[in-house]
Design a protein around this ligand. Structure first.
Ligand code: HEC
Length: 233
């Protein structure tokens, strides 16, 4: 802001100040009254309508898909696609914090008097890019598969086995492609190239080490799993 602009601004400010009413108590009174009405409305609605209670929690479910509220989908998606664990704090705490600090400091480094959007190309570009990337991440987060899903392309006849593996808790101990935990079990991504189908069946029945035995699975399920794993070359 140059000297002439500053003087023009101060003159306008003086004029407005003479015409207007002070913030305290006029505006404060109005705001407080409205806030009180809103809170009373919420209390009244809670008393009359009650709060919705969802279905009872089932701790044994293996098909439940945990999801945040939709307005957190963009952060959820960032967290989902970032695999290396040392980058997670940077993405979830670092980047949003930097963004907020930049916003707080904005009045100090953007001191131009211009208010029209078409005369502020940098601010508008940043705004459009931010909104577009948040919209894209929100959309991706909304259509993301459940955490038990296995993102590995297989021939149609191996899909049933893939589903059984996804829903039987195998990923809690095994990594398969981009899904599952890195231990305590060995990676299954190329298990078919490492051991033959009957060895896979033996492991499933025996439950080596900490792995539970899956001997009680119906034979069709066991065979589907073995077919699927043996196809992972
Ligand atoms: C509690 C953790 C756990 C779960 C759940 C689990 N596993 Fe395992 N699995 C292991 C461990 C640990 C080993 C290695 C044991 C050893 O060799 O001593 C293993 C070994 C295997 C092997 C043999 C791998 C090799 O290289 O020899 C196969 C195949 C296998 N698991 C498949 C499965 C499938 C399929 C499921 C789900 C139906 C499953 N596992 C569930 C922990 C687990």
């Amino acid at each position: 802001m140059n000297r002439a602009e500053k003087e023009a601004y101060l003159r306008k400010y003086e004029l407005l100040k003479k015409e207007g009413k002070p913030f305290f108590p006029y505006a404060v009174m109005k705001d407080s009254t409205m806030a009180l009405i809103v809170v009373l409305m919420i209390v009244l609605m809670a008393l009359v309508l009650g709060a919705e209670v969802g279905p009872k929690a089932d701790p044994t479910t293996t098909t439940y898909t945990p999801r945040p509220e939709w307005y957190f989908f963009f952060l959820f998606e960032v967290l989902r696609v970032i695999k290396p664990s040392y980058l997670v704090p940077l993405a979830t705490i670092g980047v949003p914090t930097i963004g907020m600090v930049v916003l707080l400091l904005l009045p100090f480094f953007d001191r131009g008097p211009e208010r029209r959007p078409e005369r502020r190309p940098i601010a508008m570009t940043v705004l459009v890019l931010t909104v577009a990337s948040m919209a894209y991440l929100t959309l991706k987060g909304a259509v993301a598969g459940p955490p038990s899903a296995i993102d590995v392309k297989v021939a149609p006849q191996y899909e049933p086995g893939k589903l059984v593996v996804a829903q039987s808790g195998c990923l809690a101990c095994h990594r398969l492609g981009d899904n599952g935990n890195a231990g305590p079990g060995p990676e299954l991504t190329h298990i078919g190239a490492r051991i033959p189908r009957n060895a896979i069946l033996r492991s499933l029945a025996a439950g080596p080490g900490v792995m539970p035995s899956f001997q009680d699975f119906p034979p069709k399920k066991l065979n589907d799993v073995a077919d699927f794993l043996a196809s992972l070359k």
